[in-house]
Every structure is written in structure tokens, then in C-alpha cells.
Design a protein around this ligand. Sequence first.
Ligand code: NAD
Length: 246
Amino acid sequence: MDEKRVAFITGGTTGIGREIAITLAKSGFNIAVNSIKAPDETDDLKSVIEKEGVKYYFTLGDVSNYEDSEKMVKEVIENFGRIDVLVNNAGITKDNLLMRMKKEDFDAVINVNLVGTFNVTKNVVPYMMKQRYGRIISMASVVGVAGNAGQANYAASKAGIIGFTKSLAKELASRNILANAIAPGYIQTAMTGALSDKVKEEIQKQIPLGRLGETKDVAKLVKFLASEDSSYITGQVIHVDGGMVI
Ligand SMILES: NC(=O)c1ccc[n+]([C@@H]2O[C@H](COP(=O)([O-])OP(=O)(O)OC[C@H]3O[C@@H](n4cnc5c(N)ncnc54)[C@H](O)[C@@H]3O)[C@@H](O)[C@H]2O)c1
């Protein structure tokens, strides 16, 4: 069995998740990545990861579906024998003001972002408990801390992830399993790319560091939280937002 540590990143083929997968590969982790969409043949993530001298495994499935989540975790364990770091990164938005928000758009965002985080974590934790080692890193958002008009569903899902993370930190610390949440501010990805330049300029004005975030700003924190250097940190919500929410 390969002795390398294993990181499993949900929603890991695009945006922030992809950057995390590549960054952890560079740190020597074997990488398992999930998405609800199979990567097309032009996607070079596998070769980019393998170039770092580590193994890559892709598993297809919907984190909001419990059976899919169970199946994906089993597949990763069958392939790599362990999961040391889980990054709950898969997420969606379906923004609208409450008055216009459809019940199915509220449910969809809660189901992917919050229930999905539960579904995958629930299936990974028994293996981490047996190993007496684990790092659970979940992608929240500054919106889950501060709220945002037009994002009641998304903010609720991310606030839920924060409560979930703090509870896990208390439950699992005795088994040497650490749980932390990351609250990114505005990070430039496909999720945020649809906004107009004018809206982006307005957002930039609210950021003390004066620039929008990049995926590597988040990935560098994940690298730290997945490393031995963070072994006395659990139950925290760490902002990567250029000071947007203080
Ligand atoms: N971009 C930002 O500014 C920002 C800010 C705060 C938090 N976040 C969070 O960071 C995470 C990554 O966001 P991103 O900006 O890279 O967006 P993204 O859309 O590029 O990444 C999300 C990934 O999740 C996958 N996914 C969606 N639904 C899924 C499901 N049901 N099952 C499995 N995979 C699924 C998508 O296919 C995609 O690969 C999300 O949780 C998002 O809420 C992003």
C-alpha cells in the first residue's frame, strides 16, 4: 500500500476545489476528487496531478444524495485504503430575494451545500476514527457569517456548515480528528464570474486589501490546515476575504 496521505476533495474539478487538489498534490497527497459532472476529455487535471508524482482518482456522484456519497467514499477507500483529509468544497448558488425565491431553490442549495457536507463527512469519519487521524475542512463563506441580501438560501447553508464544523470539532477531537471551516470572501471563479464589471468594482471597494481573491489564496490555507503545522487548531472559521468581513 502506498504510504502517502490521501485527500478527498468534493467538487474538485473546477474553481477553488481544483486549485486545492493541485496544491495538495504538490504537498505530496494522493488526490481523490468528486464532481457531479464527469470531466470532458480536454480536462488535464489528472495529468497535472500525476506530474507531481502522486496518484489521482475521480469519482462521479451527487453529494446531496446519501447513497452516492456512501458509494464515492467506498470507492476512494478501495483505491487508496484511507482518507486523511476531507475537503467539503462542492457548492452551488441559486440567488434571489426572499420574496422571489422558490422553495425548490432554497431546498437545492441547502441539500447540496449543507446536507452534502453531512453526507460525505458521515461516511468518511468512521475511517478517520479507526486511523485516529483526520482533517475535515469545509468551505463556508463570509456570507454565512455576515448574511447577504439575495442569498438567504446560500447564507443559511454556509452558516449551517459553521455550526456543523464546531460540533464535529468538539465530538471528534479525542480521536485526533480536527474540523475547521474556511470563509472565503469574493474569489474569482466561474461561480462569481457571471457578475458584471461594475458589480465587481463595487465589491472591490468593500475589500480593505483592495483586490478580489484568487483560488490560490484559499488553497494555501487548505494546505496549512491539512499539514502538521495546524495540529492545535480545531473548530475555527478562518476568513480568506482580504478583510471584507471583520
Ligand atoms: N467563488 C467564491 O467567491 C466563493 C466564496 C465563498 C465560498 N465559496 C465556496 O467555495 C466552494 C467552491 O466554489 P467555486 O467558486 O470554486 O465554484 P465552482 O462552481 O467552480 O465549484 C463548485 C464545484 O462543485 C461541483 N458540484 C456542484 N454541485 C455538486 C453536487 N451536488 N455534487 C458534487 N459536486 C457538485 C461543481 O460541479 C463544481 O465543480 C463552494 O462551496 C462555494 O460555495 C466560493
